[in-house]
Design a protein around this ligand. Structure first.
Ligand code: GLN
Ligand code: ZN
Length: 756
């Protein structure tokens, strides 16, 4: 049985790539050094795969920035605005497209989330008329390089249909299918001289159906690619779900191998086994590439047996569900995890070994390896912090009325008039600039270099400064500034039961940026109040209402590595109950406005519409469970930082927050259209300026956006706030921007009263 993974993380077990890239961008590394450092990483990752006992090592999975971007560059789909950079070096242009060129004032290409992961790719910009000038194809060099070192390489390419489906569209992107197919034919011809298996990834087949103009060309274009491959096999590779109705298309491709994601797409396994064309082999994606947990071998072996029974062992391959790029690199770097949790974990390097081990167990009946694996799962089930009886009982007792506020919005609105807010109330999203000084305070406290008393005093000083500034600015609703928080999820995870943290479990988010998600390994509960002291202290400094500031259950779930022995919706419910306790304690402490951020609601959505509906139901129920315990007088806010709302607006309405703040300045308020059409009843704070840029917006332009918002949202339901938190900005620009924002709100209020 053939064994392989779909890709290995590029970043390196100690984030070597990050360090190399950042020194390169600072001008401290030459092109050659960057390339040689990358080659070292590639070699190391190939060694891991080979030493694990896999049949192939992957090439083309390594990227200096992003694989979609590598393709764009190789195809030569260079947007016109980068033409002035043509005389520079290749790397200079490659990075300028990904990151923008400040000197020449050329904007970067857009970055978007890769399906439902937290990884961001650079979206190709396709203009049907533009001429493509093909450039270097590092995947060919890398595959030769791997071969020359004695590895058996399997080049991995993102497929043409996925590439185009994810590209930004000038309206005619599918007109490029033929030119794109030509590029792939050429490339495959060349790769087929070096390798006997080529991975072509079409995760788009696990999303919704392809548009007709693409779907009707699928069989024909894949016929051309297969012809180009000649005796080399193409592996049509799908992941992030089942194929659903795209199974027909996949079969039409006539590729020698079809790879399916059995971690997320198991429901379709029988159907696939029954309908797989005789000439096609099946690669089973058994080891989850998106998490940190060991594979349950007993379960995986059942699936292997089923496939072998139906197809014969020579038509079955074993692999990872998707690329391992979404999991951290090496568990052996972890020295501080609780032993019982570490025993259950596998990072990318360990996952390679799991795949080979599954093959060995299946082929040679290695009983000891199976028993060792099963013992881990059995032991875990017995542990009290993994199965916490009181948490389970409480979750089981949640009743539908706990998801409902005491009265509908119209009635709450009356009750909340006691807040005495002016028309067009001004506020911020929560965090204020996180200065180097404040980061240092948190770090030295974490290292034990300053006492708790010193730490608390420093945070209090910062909070007071932040409140004083808001007072001077004349904002209407205050936030305490979040200076005690390094990260909106980690801060809560550190205080909740059921969470632990890795030291080095980094996963690439985009370019050189990595995230280190908390780990939810057991039942989640609140040990003690988490935010009350900071908020009540901040409230004591002002007469203006101070918002309680919490991260919502969906966002905590989506930005963590989540246990796999309990359904995500159940885990989310447990988090919701913990947040609910905090909300009620805030209310008891006299906090009148509570914001529960749900920045990740949209990115957690599964790819297919039916799955998305199921997710949105339990996700929004969790938000309601967290937020609905309060009195009518208590105002619940939520915040989301993205702008494509149209498809989920009805669900945002169902969350029934009194006020929702959203990103909208970059889309110039055009999304408010949807709010108007669906008659969204509650209050809305469309962001009036973009916090992602250091630019200070003028009072005039903010006032203009407010006037525009007023065309969609009635004046007594409109809030004025920035797009998101200010923690990445400097104080100078943040202060001036807020000053202008408050001035613009005042100006608009005056216009409104003059027009009455
Ligand atoms: N309250 C958080 C902040 O202001 C919200 C951040 C976010 O939405 N990503 O930082
Ligand atoms: Zn935000």
């Amino acid at each position: 049985m053939l064994t392989h993974i779909l890709g290995f993380p590029s970043i390196g077990k100690n984030r070597e790539l990050k360090q190399a890239l950042e020194s390169f961008w600072k001008g401290e590394l030459s092109d050659e050094t960057l390339i040689s450092k990358s080659d070292d990483l590639k070699k190391r990752h190939w060694d891991i795969q080979k030493n694990a006992g896999l049949d192939y090592v992957v090439t083309g999975d390594f990227s200096l920035y992003d694989r979609m971007h590598d393709l764009t560059f190789a195809i030569g789909a260079i947007p016109l605005r980068f033409a002035p950079l043509a005389d520079g070096g290749i790397l200079e242009r490659y990075f300028a497209m990904a990151r923008g060129d400040a000197k020449r004032n050329v904007a970067a290409m857009e970055m978007t989330k890769w399906f439902d992961t937290n990884y961001h790719y650079i979206a190709p910009e396709i203009d049907g008329a533009a001429q493509w000038t093909p450039s270097k194809r590092p995947i060919v060099d890398d595959t030769r390089f791997a071969r020359s070192l004695g590895f058996n390489p399997k080049p991995a390419l993102i497929g043409p249909f996925t590439y185009l489906a994810l590209a930004k569209d000038g309206g005619d992107k599918y007109s490029k299918l033929d030119s794109l197919a030509e590029f792939y034919v050429d490339l495959i011809k060349e790769l087929s001289n070096i390798s006997d298996l080529i991975q072509i990834e079409e995760p788009i087949l696990c999303a919704e159906l392809l548009p007709n103009e693409a779907a009707e060309r699928f069989g024909e274009i894949y016929a051309a690619l297969n012809a180009a491959a000649d005796k080399t096999k193409l592996a049509l590779t799908t992941y992030f779900g089942s194929l659903g109705r795209n199974l027909d298309l996949a079969a039409q491709s006539n590729c020698a191998l079809l790879h399916i994601d059995l971690f997320r797409g198991e429901a379709q396994f029988d159907e696939i086994l029954a309908s797989l064309p005789n000439e096609t082999s099946l690669s089973l994606g058994l080891v989850n590439g998106r998490n940190i947990w060991k594979t349950d071998y007993a379960k995986a072996l059942k699936l292997i047996e089923k496939a072998v029974l139906k197809l014969g062992a020579n038509r079955v391959a074993l692999g990872s569900s998707c690329s391992l790029a979404h999991s951290p690199v090496d568990l052996n770097e972890e020295n501080a995890l609780p032993k019982s949790v570490k025993d259950r974990m596998a990072f990318a390097a360990q996952k390679c070994a799991e795949i080979a081990e599954l093959r060995d167990i299946f082929e040679r009946g290695d009983k000891a390896a199976l028993a060792a694996n099963q013992a881990v799962f059995e032991n875990a089930a017995k542990e009290a912090d993994i199965y916490n009886v009181s948490v389970r009982e409480r979750a089981a007792k949640v009743t539908p009325d706990m998801l409902e506020r005491k009265s509908p919005y119209a009635k709450r609105r009356e009750a909340q008039k006691t807040l005495n807010l002016p028309l067009l109330p001004t506020t911020t999203i929560g965090s204020f600039p996180q200065t180097a000084a404040i980061r240092k305070v948190r770090l030295t406290y974490k290292k034990g270099e300053i006492s708790e008393a010193e730490y608390v005093a420093a945070i209090k000083r910062e909070t007071k400064d932040c409140v004083d500034k808001q007072e001077r600015l004349g904002l209407d609703v205050f936030a305490h500034g979040e200076s005690e928080r390094n990260d909106m999820v980690e801060y809560f995870g550190q205080q909740l039961g059921g969470f632990c943290f890795t030291q080095n479990g980094w996963v690439q988010s985009y370019g050189s940026r990595c995230v280190k998600p908390p780990v939810i390994y057991g039942d989640v509960y609140r040990k003690a109040p988490m935010t009350i002291n900071w908020i009540t202290y901040a409230q004591s400094l002002t007469k203006k209402p101070m918002k309680g500031m919490l991260t919502g259950p969906i966002t905590i779930l989506c930005w963590s590595f989540v246990r796999e022995d309990l359904g995500r919706s159940e885990v989310c419910k447990q988090i919701a109950l913990a947040i609910r306790d905090e909300v009620l304690d805030l209310e008891k402490a006299g906090v009148k406005i509570i914001q529960i951020d749900e920045a990740a609601l949209r990115e957690g959505m599964p790819l297919k519409a039916i799955d998305a509906q199921i997710y949105l139901k339990w996700a929004t129920d969790s938000f309601r469970l967290a937020s609905s315990g309060v009195k009518n007088e208590t105002q619940i806010h939520t915040h989301m930082c993205y702008s494509e709302f149209n498809s989920i607006l009805e669900w945002i309405a169902k969350m029934d927050a009194d006020v929702v703040s959203i990103e909208s300045s970059r889309s110039k308020m055009s999304l408010l259209d949807a709010f108007e059409k669906r008659e969204y009843q509650n209050e809305v704070g469309p962001g009036v300026y973009d916090i992602h840029s250091p630019r200070v917006p003028s009072t005039g332009e903010i006032a203009e956006l407010i006037r525009k918002a007023l065309r969609y949202i009635p004046k007594d339901r409109l809030w004025i706030n920035p797009d998101c938190g200010l923690k990445t900005r400097g104080w100078d620009e943040a202060y001036q921007s807020l000053e202008n924002m408050v001035a613009a709100a005042k100006q608009t209020r005056e216009e409104l009263s003059a027009n009455r």
